[in-house]
Write a protein that binds this ligand. Structure first.
Ligand SMILES: Nc1ncnc2c1ncn2[C@@H]1O[C@H](COP(=O)(O)OP(=O)(O)OP(=O)(O)O)[C@@H](O)[C@H]1O
Ligand SMILES: [Mg+2]
Length: 348
């Protein structure tokens, strides 16, 4: 099947006074239409930076230094665009319209002084006028934005309709509220509405539920599942720390460590038989139900990405390393038709 998204040998670096940090190194994976693809790994391993590269939204001084991100566009079937060298004008048609993103912190992702309805209307406005300069809009004073979007009654009505379709109670009231008047779960639903306003085919959820309590978290997860079942979105890139959540929600899983891809496979296979020692160690950290089971944290620290050792980045913490691991970085290679692993030990 033709992938919706195909990332090939992606490299991202951040420059600083201390030197260059190679935060994403030769990362490759693809997402096919209809699947929920999970991206997991410890904090700082490069999940968010990788996902932001799909929108050309890497914060300064970060830079894509190599690789390709091919995205199959829904209005032009069989035509893929390489996001790494797309122009700003092309990106304006992709961001929001074809790839939507739900950010981690609803409190910082929403504008505190704009009504919720105006913020969803802005997403509809940009969908209708993709060539309208997004940067220009972001520099407008909020009062002017309010005038620009809320004067379009049609967008306001569509915002209410969208919130209603997300099972938000009393949507006509919610659109008139400011973010601080809403609960965390409600704010996250509003962010989902903003991400859906452009009818994207790929939805990126970057830790969208990690700041929520477990009840609201399961409601949001159910909502994302329904959106995919109703085919309102084709595929989801689901980024999380929570392996339990990934096991319930994702079809395939990719495990990242210190900017490198360790393992990719179907969720049941990865959970039943993790091949990479890092995946194995991560699974050991999942709390078990019985009280007499001790959780096993991974010993050691994530390496400094400015001066990593020449070998496998997990080598200093690995319990199954061999000599080769110290000197050369293993590539991700297929083990079988559904599984890819980057580990020297697996090849011996
Ligand atoms: N604006 C920035 N300037 C410098 N370095 C950055 C910046 N943003 C991210 N990085 C670095 O890039 C690396 C990857 O960060 P990223 O945010 O992608 O991690 P993550 O896997 O999403 O972590 P978390 O699970 O905590 O969200 C980290 O080493 C981080 O320090
Ligand atoms: Mg992150």
């Amino acid at each position: 099947m033709e992938p919706l998204l195909s990332i090939n040998q992606l490299n991202i670096q951040f420059k600083s006074d201390r030197g260059i940090a190679h935060v994403v190194r030769d990362v490759s994976f693809s997402i096919i239409s209809g699947e929920t693809f999970g991206l997991v790994g410890e904090s700082g391993c490069g999940k968010s930076v990788t996902s932001r590269a799909l929108m050309q939204l890497i914060p300064y001084p970060g830079k894509i230094t190599g690789g390709r991100i091919l995205f199959s566009q829904h209005q032009t079937p069989n035509a893929s665009i390489n996001i790494t060298n797309a122009s700003e004008k092309e990106m304006q048609q992709i961001r929001g319209q074809q790839i939507g993103m739900i950010f981690q912190e609803p409190d910082t992702a929403l504008n505190p002084i704009m009504r919720v309805g105006d913020q969803i209307s802005e997403a509809f406005f940009l969908q209708n006028k993709p060539h309208f300069n997004q940067r220009f809009i972001s520099f407008l004073p909020d009062t002017l934005k309010h005038f620009l979007f809320s004067s379009k009654k049609a967008f306001w009505d569509k915002s209410i309709e969208l919130l209603k379709s997300l099972d938000i109670p009393d949507p006509a009231n919610v659109v008139s509220r400011y973010p601080h008047e809403l609960s965390g779960g409600m704010k996250q639903r509003v962010l989902i509405a903003i991400a859906l306003a452009g009818s994207p085919s790929l939805l990126i959820s970057d830790e969208a539920t990690s700041s929520l309590d477990v009840t609201v978290q399961s409601q949001i997860m159910r909502l994302l599942g329904q959106l995919k079942n109703k085919k309102l979105i084709q595929s989801i890139l689901f980024i999380t720390h929570d392996l339990g959540l990934a096991s319930m929600f994702c079809d395939r899983l990719a495990v990242m460590y210190a900017g490198c891809m360790c393992e990719i496979g179907d969720v049941p296979d990865i959970f039943l038989k993790p091949f990479h020692p890092y995946t194995h160690a991560l699974l050991e950290t999942i709390p078990k139900k019985s009280f007499d089971t001790i959780m096993k944290p991974i010993p050691g620290q994530v390496p400094d990405l400015i001066r990593p050792s020449s070998g496998c980045r997990f080598y200093p913490r690995c319990t199954r390393s061999i000599d080769q691991c110290k000197t050369s970085l293993p590539e991700l290679v297929p083990l079988n038709s559904t599984r890819m692993v980057a580990c020297w030990n697996m090849r011996h």
